[in-house]
Design a protein around this ligand. Structure first.
Ligand SMILES: [Zn+2]
Length: 445
């Protein structure tokens, strides 16, 4: 890696003076390392700041940790505007009395405002890529683009009419137009996203699957989140959720299944055999008392599992550092085994495995020359991160999103010394507060 004898290397950005955790297949690390970025791409990585380079901009990590930006594998970004609106309620009461009444009234501007707020929060806690399912996804893509964030987004599809596209036929058309419009975009990718097995008929699931296969884009569904869902699918189709999907011919490596809380052994095997990917959302599953996903069993069977926050209404933040901490601890207590989901495994779920789950592993999820430059720097000059024997341990068990000090996405510096460079935080907060006044009126009206 040390290119002695080669004349001065040129870089647009050089990040120096930190411990680099690449999260590559060997889990390579570099002490006193440097990362050079040319354009949108990582050009060199090495140790001891030895490479002769000339960079337009140098970012001094000041002994901190340099790592791939985190990947939020499942969220509903605009639900940031419902943060703390209603907590501590049974799922159906929460949905019927709070979430559904307000979601019926939201519009494009609401989703744009909520997503801008979510992007600000995500960048400020080290997330560089997110996967979204919601309404008015064109607005989500637009907001992410303005924020400079990488994303995989898709319009939520279900059997009933949507405030965005109306009847479901239009939903499939809308999704197709999103796929065409954002094809070749450097940051935004589109997925086909039927909501769940209990809100989507077999016909809709089949049509969504065909659209996904035709355009070679992922198919994303909530699956096996609650026991209610298991009972409903059993009653309607006489099958377990993954059996039902299998009978429709939908299982495959293009399928990303969110939650996967209630699975039996045969379903785990089906997922592994077909290369289905899973996203674990431990905090949301705890808050809604949905249950605990058998993540250690999925991993043991070789299923790719990423990590997500789910929406802010059931979390109530988008901080993947706290999500990593919760994931590691929840699965230990669930199995009564402190060795499951060790810190490195959990870090992978939030980085390279998350990228793999979203089919973005050629682009992001690890620091390797040739990959896009999605990089965060964690400031470790803090009491709760001192001393440091093992950086993975700190990132999973001690760090918080607010410890991220700089962030680069696709070669663009989007946060420097905790100041957002692509977004006006004061404006975003003011607009979000104005939307909350509306939400309050909708709930009380
Ligand atoms: Zn969700």
């Amino acid at each position: 890696m040390i290119l002695r004898g080669i004349t001065m290397q040129h870089a647009d950005i050089a990040i120096i003076n930190g411990t680099i955790l690449t999260m590559d297949t060997q889990n390579s690390t570099f002490e006193n390392g440097f990362v050079c970025i040319r354009g949108d791409t990582i050009s060199h990585i090495g140790a001891n700041n030895e490479i002769p380079f000339q960079a337009k901009q140098i970012i001094d990590a000041k002994g901190g940790l340099i790592l791939p930006g985190l990947i939020n594998g499942h969220t509903h970004a605009a639900m940031s505007l419902f943060r703390g609106l209603a907590d501590d309620l049974p799922l159906m009461e929460w949905l019927n009395n709070y979430i559904f009444p307000v979601e019926r009234r939201i519009d494009a501007d609401f989703v744009y405002t909520g997503t801008m707020l979510a992007c600000a929060e995500m960048i400020m806690c080290g997330t560089t890529t997110f996967c979204d399912m919601y309404l008015f996804e064109e607005e989500v893509a637009r907001a992410a683009r303005e924020a400079g964030m990488r994303c995989l987004v898709g319009e939520v599809l279900y059997d009933f009419p949507s405030p965005n596209y109306g009847p479901i036929e239009k939903g499939l058309e809308y999704t197709e137009s999103l796929i065409r419009k954002w094809e070749d975009d450097p940051l935004v990718s589109i997925a086909v996203e039927p909501h769940s097995l209990f809100t989507c008929s077999p016909d809709l699931l089949t049509a969504a699957n065909e659209l996904s296969l035709n355009y070679k884009v992922p198919l994303i569904i909530h699956v096996a989140e609650t026991l209610n869902e298991i009972a409903e699918v059993r009653e309607k189709y006489g099958k377990r959720p993954f059996e039902h999907l299998d009978s429709l011919g939908i299982l495959g490596p293009h399928l990303i299944a969110d939650h996967c809380v209630h699975l039996d052994e045969s379903e785990i095997k089906r997922m592994a055999d077909h290369g289905v990917k899973a996203i674990n959302n431990p905090e949301s599953n705890m808050k809604l008392a949905s249950g605990i996903s058998p993540v250690s069993k999925l991993l043991a069977q070789g299923v790719t599992v990423g990590l997500g926050t789910d929406g802010c209404a059931s979390n109530n933040n988008l901080d993947l550092f706290t999500e990593m901490d919760m994931a590691a601890k929840l699965h230990k207590i669930a199995t009564m085994d402190p060795t499951v989901l060790d810190a490195v495994t959990v870090m992978k779920m939030a980085t390279i495995k998350g990228a793999k789950a979203l089919e973005l592993e050629d682009i992001t999820g690890s620091l390797e020359p040739g990959k896009k430059a999605d990089i965060i720097i964690v400031d470790t000059n803090k009491p709760h991160l001192t001393p440091m024997y093992n950086p993975y341990s700190h990132l999973v068990y001690a760090a918080r999103g607010s410890d991220v000090i700089h962030s680069v996405i696709n070669g663009q510096l989007v946060m420097e010394n905790r100041k957002l460079l692509t977004l006006n935080l004061d404006d975003i907060i003011a607009q979000a507060r104005a939307k909350a006044v509306q939400v309050k009126a909708w709930v009380s009206g």
